[in-house]
Design a protein around this ligand. Structure first.
Ligand SMILES: Cc1cc2nc3c(=O)[nH]c(=O)nc-3n(C[C@H](O)[C@H](O)[C@H](O)COP(=O)(O)OP(=O)(O)OC[C@H]3O[C@@H](n4cnc5c(N)ncnc54)[C@H](O)[C@@H]3O)c2cc1C
Length: 445
C-alpha cells in the first residue's frame, strides 16, 4: 500500500502521541506543524493514571516515564476546615493500580512529559516544523494554509490544535462550535522543593508520596509532588464570576488575591500558600458533545482537546488524548488506501466518542462534588467517602487478593466501579476486538 502523507496540527500531548502511535503502526510520512517556535507546555504537573501509563507502556516509554515520575500511594481527600482525612483513593499503595489495572499511576512534570513524547516521535522519523501557524484548512482539497501564505497538501490532516481548534472550525458541521465556560477558573502554582523544606508542615507534604485533595465550600485544591520531589504542584479551583477572559491560559495570577480566596482553609493549606511567590490563572472551559469528530470525506480528523476538551477535575484530558492516539493509530493502520479513511474515521469515533463524552460529564460533576457547601449534601458525601475509605483500609490491612470491581460508567466518582472504568478500561483491547468484527479488514495489528 502507498504511504499516506499525514499532517498533524499541534505538538501538544495529543499531537505528539498521535504521531508516535501512527509511526509505530504504519510507514506513513508524518509532519507536525506547530505555531510556537519551540515545544511549549505549562510548567506544571499532570497526573498519568493507569489509562495513560497503559498506552505509554504499549509504546515502550515506561522506562522513560519511570525515570522522571513520582508514584503516589493515594489521593488523600481532606476537609478544608480542619485537614481531617475523610477519603482515600488508592493509587500505587501495595501496587494497587498495577494489580487492579495492570499499570501504575504516575505524577509527571509536563515539560518532561512533552519532551519524552517529542523525542519518541522524532526518533521514529516524525518531522516537526515549528513556527508554522495554520490559518486555514481546506477539507475538500485536504490542504492547509500557513500564516506565511504557503500551502501544504496531504492525504490526511489530524487536528490536535487544542480547545480553540482551527481544524475543528474547518469541518462544516462543527464550524459554529465554541468552548463553554465552566463555573470555575483555577490558580496553578509550582513550588520548588527548597521552599517546601523551610517549614516542617510543608516539608512533610513534599516528601509525602500521596496527592492531596482539600474539599472546600465552592472551591477545592488538588496538590502533589512532581519530578521526584523537586517541585510541589497545586491546582486551586475557585468560582468564576465571569470576569476573566475565555481562551487565555497561564495569565499571571494575583498571589494575595489567591491567598484571600482560601483564607477559610486549614493551617496546613495556609502554610503551603505562604510559600507561593507567583501563580498562573486559567479560565476553565470545555466543549459540548460534538455531532462528529471528522469531515465527511474522512480526510480531516480531530484528536484531544480539539474534540473533547474537558474540565480538569477528573485529571483525564491528556489520558484520553493518548487513548485517542492509540485507537486512531489502530484504525488508520487497517486502511488499505485513501478510500478506507471514511470507514477508519467512523470506527475511531465509534470507539472514542461515548467514552470521552462520559468523561467530560464526570469532569464537570467533580467540580461540584469536591466543592459542596457545608450542609446535608456535604455530610452525605463525606459519609460515602468515609465508608469507602474504611472498606479500602480493611482490604489493605487484610492484604487479600484484590477484587477487581466491575467497570460501571454510571456511578459517581470516586466509586471504585467508576474509577475502574475511567482508568482501568483496556481501550486497546476494545479497539482490536471492534476492528476484528469488520470482515473487510485483513490487516489488524
Ligand atoms: C488546570 C489543568 C490541569 C490538567 N490536569 C490534567 C491531569 O492531571 N491529567 C490529564 O490527563 N489531563 C490534565 N489536563 C488536560 C490536559 O492538559 C490536556 O487535555 C492535554 O494536554 C491535551 O491537550 P492537546 O494536546 O489536545 O491540546 P494543547 O495542549 O492545547 O495543544 C495544542 C497545540 O496545538 C498548537 N496549535 C494550536 N493552534 C494551532 C495552529 N493554528 N497552527 C499550529 N499549531 C497550533 C498549540 O500551540 C499547541 O502546541 C489538565 C488541564 C488543565 C487546564
Amino acid at each position: 500500500m502507498a504511504s499516506f502523507q499525514i499532517i498533524i496540527i499541534g505538538t501538544g500531548i495529543a499531537g505528539l502521541a498521535t504521531a508516535i502511535s501512527l509511526s509505530q503502526k504504519t510507514q506513513h510520512q508524518i509532519l507536525i506543524l506547530e505555531s510556537s517556535s519551540v515545544l511549549t507546555e505549562a510548567g506544571a504537573g499532570i497526573q498519568c493514571s493507569a489509562a495513560a501509563s497503559r498506552v505509554l507502556s504499549s509504546w515502550a516509554l515506561r522506562e522513560e516515564f519511570e525515570a522522571v515520575a513520582t508514584c503516589p500511594d493515594f489521593t488523600e481527600i481532606r476537609r478544608y476546615e480542619d485537614d481531617e482525612l475523610i477519603g482515600l483513593i488508592p493509587a500505587n499503595v501495595n501496587d494497587y493500580s498495577t494489580r487492579l489495572r495492570g499499570f501504575p499511576h504516575w505524577l509527571v512534570h509536563r515539560v518532561d512529559y512533552q519532551k519524552i513524547l517529542a523525542d519518541a516521535a522524532t526518533t521514529r522519523g516524525v518531522k516537526i516544523d515549528f513556527g508554522q501557524k495554520v490559518v486555514a484548512i481546506d477539507v475538500d482539497n485536504v490542504e492547509v494554509t500557513l500564516a506565511s501564505g504557503r500551502s501544504l497538501r496531504a492525504d490526511l490532516i489530524i487536528g490536535a490544535d487544542g480547545i480553540h481548534s482551527r481544524t475543528r472550525r474547518s469541518i462544516p458541521a462543527l464550524k459554529d462550535v465554541v468552548p463553554r465556560r465552566t463555573e470555575n477558573y483555577c490558580y496553578r502554582a509550582l513550588i520548588p522543593r527548597e521552599e517546601m523544606l523551610k517549614n516542617p508542615v510543608t516539608a512533610t507534604l513534599i516528601d509525602n508520596q500521596s496527592q492531596q485533595a482539600w474539599a472546600g465550600q465552592f472551591k477545592h485544591i488538588i496538590s502533589y509532588p512532581i519530578a521526584k520531589g523537586k517541585f510541589y504542584n497545586l491546582v486551586m479551583t475557585v468560582p468564576d464570576h465571569g470576569d476573566a477572559p475565555l481562551g487565555q491560559y497561564n495569565e499571571p495570577g494575583d498571589v494575595s488575591e489567591m491567598r484571600q480566596v482560601f483564607k477559610d482553609f486549614n493551617e496546613t493549606v495556609q502554610a503551603v500558600l505562604d510559600t507561593i511567590d507567583s501563580c498562573a490563572k486559567w479560565v476553565l472551559a470545555d466543549l459540548p458533545p460534538l455531532p462528529t469528530w471528522s469531515s465527511p470525506n474522512g480526510r480531516v480528523i480531530l484528536v484531544g482537546d480539539a474534540c473533547h476538551a474537558m474540565a480538569p477535575h477528573a485529571a483525564s484530558g491528556a489520558a484520553t488524548s493518548l487513548e485517542d492516539a492509540e485507537v486512531l493509530g489502530l484504525c488508520i493502520a487497517t486502511c488499505n488506501g485513501i478510500a478506507d479513511l471514511p470507514r477508519a474515521a467512523k470506527d475511531y469515533e465509534h470507539l472514542r466518542r461515548p467514552r470521552c463524552e462520559r468523561i467530560q460529564e464526570i469532569s464537570r460533576e467533580n467540580a461540584t462534588t469536591f466543592a459542596l457547601p457545608d450542609g446535608p449534601m456535604q455530610e452525605a458525601r463525606d459519609q460515602i467517602w468515609r465508608a469507602q475509605k474504611a472498606m479500602l483500609e480493611k482490604q489493605l490491612q487484610e492484604d487479600t487478593p484484590l477484587a477487581i470491581p466491575a467497570e460501571d460508567m454510571a456511578q459517581q466518582f470516586p466509586h471504585p466501579a467508576l474509577v475502574q472504568w475511567l482508568v482501568g478500561h483496556d481501550i486497546i483491547e476494545e479497539a482490536r476486538t471492534h476492528l476484528a468484527t469488520r470482515k473487510e479488514i485483513h490487516n489488524i495489528l
